[in-house]
Design a binder for this molecule. Structure first.
Ligand code: HEM
Length: 176
C-alpha cells in the first residue's frame, strides 16, 4: 500500500515539477503545447489574424511596419507582406514552444528576437502589449479552451520574454 501511495505521490510530483529557470510547471508546459498545437495548424492564417488584432487594439503599432502602414483591414487581409510577417512571428513562437525543455536554447532564441527589435525601438513595453494582444487573440481563436490556467501559463512565457527584453535593453543602452 505504502508503495502505491509513494508511486502515486512521485507520479503527481513529476506531473507538476517546477522548472526553476522558466518558472513553468510541467502541467503549464503542457497547457502551452496543447493550446499552441491548435494555432500551429495554420501558422500563416493565424499570424495574419494575430496582427490584425494587434493593429485593431493598438492602431499606432501599424506604423512600425513599413510595408503595412496605412493599409485598411481589407488590404491587410490580402497583403502578402502580412502573411510573410505573420508566418515569421508565429514560426518563432513555435520555436519557443518547441524549446520549453531546452531553456538555454529558448533564452538564446528570445535574446535574438529582442536584439533584432531594439534598433527598431521595440522594447519591454511593446512585449507587454503583445502579451495582451496574444491573450485576446487566443480567447477569440480557441474560446473556452483558453482557460485561466492556460492563460496563466502563457503569461509566464511572456514574463520571461519581458524580463529578457529589460536585461538586453540595459546592455544595449550601456553599449551606445
Ligand atoms: C514575442 C514577440 C515577438 C516575436 C517572436 C517577433 C518575431 C519577429 C520576427 C521573427 C521578425 C522577422 C525577423 C526580424 O526582422 O527580426 C520580426 C520583425 C519585426 N517585428 Fe517582431 N516579434 C515580436 C514582437 C514584436 C513587437 C512587440 C513588435 C512591435 C509592436 C514587433 C515588430 C516587428 C517589426 C516592425 C518587424 C520588421 C518587419 C518588417 O519590416 O519586415 N515585433 N519580428
Amino acid at each position: 500500500m505504502g508503495g502505491i501511495v509513494s508511486y502515486l505521490f512521485s507520479f503527481w510530483n513529476q506531473e507538476d515539477t517546477l522548472d526553476e529557470s522558466t518558472g513553468l510547471r510541467l502541467s503549464q508546459k503542457r497547457h502551452i503545447v496543447s493550446s499552441w498545437s491548435i494555432i500551429e495548424k495554420d501558422l500563416k492564417g493565424n499570424g495574419v489574424e494575430l496582427f490584425i488584432t494587434l493593429f485593431t487594439m493598438y492602431p499606432e503599432t501599424q506604423n512600425m511596419f513599413k510595408r503595412l502602414k496605412n493599409k485598411s483591414v481589407e488590404e491587410l487581409r490580402k497583403s502578402a507582406a502580412l502573411r510573410a510577417h505573420g508566418l515569421d512571428f508565429n514560426r518563432m513562437l513555435s520555436a519557443f514552444v518547441e524549446n520549453l525543455d531546452d531553456v538555454e536554447c529558448l533564452v538564446n532564441l528570445i535574446q535574438k528576437v529582442v536584439l533584432s527589435h531594439l534598433p527598431r525601438k521595440i522594447g519591454p513595453d511593446e512585449y507587454l502589449v503583445v502579451a495582451k494582444v496574444f491573450h485576446a487573440f487566443m480567447k477569440m481563436k480557441i474560446g473556452s479552451l483558453y482557460t485561466p490556467a492556460v492563460q496563466e501559463s502563457w503569461d509566464i512565457v511572456f514574463g520571461v520574454i519581458h524580463k529578457i527584453s529589460v536585461d538586453e535593453l540595459k546592455k544595449y543602452n550601456k553599449d551606445q
